[in-house]
Design a protein around this ligand. Structure first.
Ligand SMILES: Nc1ncnc2c1ncn2[C@@H]1O[C@H](COP(=O)(O)OP(=O)(O)OP(=O)(O)O)[C@@H](O)[C@H]1O
Length: 316
């Protein structure tokens, strides 16, 4: 898909100048998606090298999830192309899906299964024999410190345990590319360190990890590469050092996406430590006068029934 037939005239992104990179783990060109009037992804192009730990960062609503959904065969783009390990995603979407492990969201899994059942089911969905899926499921439960919870229903897991079982179910078929949305959210520091070790080991064997995250310190520490996304486009991409460009990555991010405004200037939000600002004189009653009905309008009886009272009972 490389034409812009679904894109409103006049809003087409710049022509795709550079051919997709078949050697990349993911090569995106001119990706575009519009939801009614909202352009979520606006001609986005990006190459993600094989064996990289790639962070996608951007403010809320920047288009990260929409991009990842299109790149992983979950959402049809309006235009543009995505290649995964040299194969066009949308010409054989099932092949692409076999290559990728996408971490599901907590509300996308069958949480009435036990952790063990969920992993075995995920493995068998990927075409594994039950015995093989069972063996891998136990390895993952052990690696993710979930062995004690293996026979408990996932609906009874804590938020962090839920994250871990979702991540494990994305890994059971040993994909070549892992796509993870905020994988460490709610995960305790010990488990999170273990997960990072597992992911680092996976990358060292040639796997590629893409994480979408808002936690810049985590991206700076874990990732080899980063792309800053804003308003559906890539603002900067490359190794962490290239993107940071000698600055702290978080400061650089703020420079790139802008939009920082002075929250501290909300006039009424003062924590109680300072005198409230006086209202302008014009809005205050004259000194020594008693409050008049004009200065302080008296509340009137509500013209709607008060909870538990009929309009009649309210008048009593
Ligand atoms: N199904 C949808 N229908 C309508 N608008 C959508 C839909 N999905 C996303 N959008 C809009 O597209 C824009 C990009 O959303 P997206 O979820 O891709 O952003 P994001 O970068 O992942 O944000 P966040 O960091 O908050 O998760 C937002 O303005 C969002 O409201």
């Amino acid at each position: 898909m490389s034409t812009y037939q679904n894109v409103p005239t006049g809003t087409e992104p710049a022509t795709i100048a550079v051919a997709p990179n078949a050697a990349a783990a993911v090569s995106i060109r001119g990706l575009y998606k519009r939801f009614d009037a909202k352009v979520a992804v606006n001609g986005l192009s990006l190459d993600i090298p094989v064996g990289s730990f790639y962070g996608l960062v951007g403010p809320n609503g920047a288009g990260k999830t929409t991009t990842l959904n299109m790149a992983t065969g979950l959402l049809v783009p309006d235009a543009g192309s995505v290649m995964i390990l040299g194969h066009d995603v949308w010409s054989d979407v099932n092949l692409a899906k076999r290559t990728i492990g996408v971490m599901p969201q907590a509300n996308q899994i069958f949480d009435r299964l036990t952790g063990l059942q969920l992993l075995v089911y995920s493995g068998m969905l990927r075409g594994m024999k039950r015995a093989e899926a069972m063996g891998r499921a136990k390895d993952l439960l052990s690696a993710f410190d979930l062995m004690d919870a293996a026979d408990r229903m996932v609906s009874d897991y804590s938020a962090g345990m839920n994250k871990k079982i979702c991540l494990a179910s994305a890994m059971i078929h040993s994909p070549r590319l892992l796509v993870l949305d905020e994988p460490f959210e709610s995960v305790d520091p010990v488990s999170s360190a273990n997960l990072k070790d597992i992911l680092a080991e996976y990358v060292s064997t040639g796997g590629t990890v893409i994480v979408s995250s808002h936690v810049m310190a985590l991206v700076e520490k874990m990732c080899t590469h980063v792309a800053v996304i804003n308003a559906g486009q890539v603002r900067a991409d490359g190794t962490i050092a290239q993107v940071a460009n000698g600055e702290d990555l978080e400061d650089r991010f703020l420079d790139l996406v802008g939009g920082r405004h002075a929250a501290a200037q909300i006039s009424w939000l003062n924590g109680g430590g300072q005198e409230q600002e006086q209202a302008p004189e014009s809005q205050m009653p004259a000194a020594s006068s008693t409050p008049s009905a004009q200065a302080y309008p008296q509340p009137t009886a509500p013209d709607f029934p008060v909870s538990g009272q009929s309009p009649e009972s309210g008048a009593r």
